[in-house]
Design a protein around this ligand. Structure first.
Ligand code: HEM
Length: 341
């Protein structure tokens, strides 16, 4: 097949997948801007996309593009090295127009890939993958801002991200115009123009990513995403989905009550409910109660239900504890002491 067998075909695949990835990165940068300007809207988008079929198709398509891009990059590199033998460049003196990034596309790509692995572990694995696996995490998958809070409160996150962004700048800056060249656009004047357009495009996107990483780091350290009252109302509305499995048919009614109440009311109410159910579960776990349950299958069934519900509520209480961990911490007051003259 031309696309896989000929060198031009392979370069064309690199260019096409590269173009799609540039568009994805640009779109992703815009999404991050939404997280900064309208964090509640960002969470609504995360909830809307979730693990729905359309989001899954997009993710599989994206993974396919990344994999194809990487495989073809490796094939082209091996092919080029074979053609050149031990000499990396056929001309002894470095040609002026061969930029540093063009000679290091593979290394830059590996740095970007390493960043991507860390990034996907921090976000995608805890959001979409969690939903696909049906595993209950400590944070609801729709709370995108809380995953930003978690990631950027770690000291090393902004450092790793900025290293990734710098590598991505060099990688995309070279890739942008060379993809046009690979498609046969070899006009001297136009390549010059495309280099300028590419440099501006990539620089704006990467500068925005750097600025976003700084804003997220500052906000995470101020615990903004935990304390914001509008976001807290939104996190509260994610609780019905957290307890859906444990409460069975009663989940709908409890969910409605939660949605109609304020964050503080729900936080208090759930804590009380959990304490009551936990106590009930403890009483029923006593040896005398166990004896009774053995002879009463209906009561034993009810006990199992209470246990399940108590477990679900304990998870919700842990979530509230996490959100409220930074509340009411006394500020360090500087007490002025009047020194006698
Ligand atoms: C400040 C920088 C960034 C932040 C805060 C950020 C945030 C996020 C978040 C929250 C998700 C999860 C979305 C979901 O699964 O619903 C995600 C996914 C992803 N991000 Fe980033 N991102 C950043 C930079 C980047 C960069 C530079 C790249 C590319 C090199 C990238 C590539 C990806 C990919 C491939 C996914 C998986 C998308 C999917 O499966 O649909 N991210 N990111």
């Amino acid at each position: 097949m031309w696309l896989s067998c000929s060198s031009v075909g392979r370069k064309f695949v690199m260019a096409l997948t590269g173009a799609c990835l540039v568009l994805f990165v640009t779109f992703h940068c815009v999404m991050n801007a939404v997280a900064i300007c309208w964090p509640a809207a960002y969470n609504s988008i995360c909830e809307f996309l979730g693990a729905n079929w359309y989001a899954l198709i997009a993710s599989v398509g994206l993974a396919f593009l990344f994999i194809l891009h990487i495989i073809y990059a490796l094939i082209l590199t091996v092919q080029n090295r074979k053609a050149r033998g031990n000499v990396r460049y056929s001309i002894e003196k470095r040609p002026k127009n061969v930029e540093w990034s063009s000679k290091n596309m593979l290394v830059l790509g590996i740095v970007v890939l390493a960043f991507l692995v860390v990034h996907l572990i921090q976000f995608w694995a805890k959001m979409q993958l969690q939903e696909i696996r049906g595993v209950e995490g400590a944070i609801p998958p729709a709370a995108g801002t809380l995953f930003i809070q978690e990631a950027f409160s770690l000291v090393w996150t902004p450092i790793v991200y900025i290293i990734g962004f710098v590598a991505l700048w060099f990688h995309m800056n070279h890739g942008f115009w060379s993809m046009f060249q690979s498609c046969g656009w070899d006009n001297e004047v136009w390549i010059g123009r495309l280099k300028k357009i590419g440099c501006w495009w990539v620089s704006i996107v990467i500068a925005l990513f750097v600025a976003q990483a700084i804003v997220f780091t500052v906000k995470a350290h101020d615990k903004d995403y935990l304390k914001d009252p509008v976001l807290r109302e939104q996190y509260k509305d994610m609780i019905p989905a957290m307890i859906e499995k444990d409460f069975g048919p009663d989940a709908a009614q409890l969910g409605q009550q939660i949605r109609m109440s304020s964050y503080d009311q729900v936080s208090q109410g759930i804590r009380q409910m959990e304490a009551g159910m936990r106590q009930q579960a403890e009483q029923m776990a006593a040896p005398e109660a166990q004896e009774y349950l053995k002879n009463n299958p209906a009561a034993a069934e009810q006990f199992k239900e209470v246990q399940e519900r108590a477990k679900g509520l304990t998870r919700v209480v842990a979530f509230f504890d996490y959100l409220e961990a930074g509340d009411n911490q006394p500020e360090m007051n500087v007490i002025e002491v009047n020194q006698p003259n």
